[in-house]
Design a protein around this ligand. Structure first.
Ligand SMILES: Nc1ncnc2c1ncn2[C@@H]1O[C@H](COP(=O)(O)OP(=O)(O)OP(=O)(O)O)[C@@H](O)[C@H]1O
Ligand SMILES: [Mg+2]
Length: 228
């Protein structure tokens, strides 16, 4: 499998604080990789570097394809309805209105949010808002999406629903990196899970879920958390 992300010995400091202490990471084409690690170890910083919002101090970052990041806070515009929130990026890129209309409709349909297109963010549940944020990224037709804590604050049925949508995206060939503290959900959908140590963060362990059961994997993570 060709890697769409390759990271070698990535280091990042803020001031005198070394946050990422030499991360090695890869994401295969069509793969879904999870990242777990203690609070403050630099997971969000890592995603921000992959999406070019932050720059690394040293190391190698190679990315093949278009990346979109879905931050933890969905950052929807409260004064725009769902349709406008999703289509805004296309408008900025001057995509023709017919193309925009088709893409918004299809993406909303794929994520099961078509009935909310005229609603405003304040009228939506947390799970639906999260899907609108994902739709907003997907209409830009990325090859890779990076999700920061997508399950945080969602009830079980919204989580289930979101998991189904993410599995569908995977079937459609989108490569994904998901940072989450929700081990159960992450292990349910990931091909591999990276465990980051306390900062300065390094990769302490990679759990390949093709060879490890989700149960064994979860136990490993709990042991790793006790050890960090
Ligand atoms: N722009 C910045 N300037 C200074 N320090 C920063 C900046 N961004 C992040 N940090 C610091 O870097 C460290 C890592 O932050 P980051 O948000 O990446 O951690 P995290 O692993 O995502 O944590 P959590 O699990 O709580 O989300 C924290 O100490 C944070 O305060
Ligand atoms: Mg974070």
């Amino acid at each position: 499998m060709e890697d769409v992300i390759e990271v070698r010995n990535l280091k990042k400091s803020f001031g005198t604080n070394l946050i990422l202490g030499g991360i090695d990471f890869s994401l295969g084409n069509g793969e879904l990789v999870g990242i777990v690690g203690p609070n403050g170890c630099g997971k969000t910083t890592f995603l921000r570097i992959l999406s070019d919002i932050e720059s690394p101090d040293s190391g190698k970052v190679r990315i093949s394809g278009k990346v979109a990041m879905i931050p933890q806070d969905d950052l929807l515009f409260p004064w725009f309805n769902v349709w406008k929130n999703i289509s805004l990026g296309l408008k900025f890129r001057k995509v023709p209105s017919k193309v925009t209309e088709n893409r918004v409709k299809k993406t909303a349909d794929d994520l099961g949010i078509s009935r909310y297109l005229q609603s405003y963010p304040s009228q939506l549940s947390g799970g639906t808002r999260k899907k609108v944020a994902i739709a907003r990224a997907l209409v830009l037709e990325p090859d890779i999406i990076l999700l920061d804590e997508p399950f945080a604050g969602l009830d079980v049925s919204s989580v289930d629903n979101l998991l189904d949508s993410l599995m569908n995206l995977k079937k459609n060939g989108i490569s994904m990196v998901i940072v989450s503290h929700q081990i159960e959900e992450l292990f349910h959908i990931s091909d591999r899970v990276y465990f980051f140590s306390h900062r300065p963060a390094v990769v302490k362990r990679i759990i390949d879920l093709k060879n490890t059961s989700a149960e064994e994997g979860k136990k490993l993570i709990f042991d790793l958390f006790r050890g960090v």
